[in-house]
Design a protein around this ligand. Structure first.
Ligand SMILES: [Zn+2]
Length: 100
């Protein structure tokens, strides 16, 4: 079992990709795979953002989890920390009102 060499994605997204002879698209072209073995659905690929794919075998199978997942996690933790500070203030206000 030879190790396939890995490359940086040539769309500039910074992901390491490699190719597997067993994994090819309908047209017979090798599909770039991520280190996890998942097909690389590049966010910078003009084909992904531009036209809707009609015949991609990847589109249906792979859930588009790329940049947006990271964004959501960051936003969520931001919201959580804000919510926490609001909660603290609210608790303080309620406590004050209750006493007086
Ligand atoms: Zn890429």
């Amino acid at each position: 079992m030879g190790q396939s060499p890995s490359y940086q994605c040539n769309y500039g997204c910074g992901t390491d990709i490699h190719f597997d002879d067993d994994v090819k698209s309908e047209s017979g072209k090798s599909i770039p795979l991520e280190s996890s073995g998942e097909p690389h659905n590049c966010p910078k690929n003009p084909y992904n953002s531009g036209k809707k794919s009609t015949g991609s075998i990847l589109a249906g199978r792979q859930k588009p989890a790329t940049m947006s997942d990271v964004d959501i996690k960051g936003t969520l933790s931001n919201i959580q920390s804000r919510l926490k500070s609001i909660e603290d203030k609210l608790t303080a206000v309620l406590a004050n009102n209750g006493v007086e």
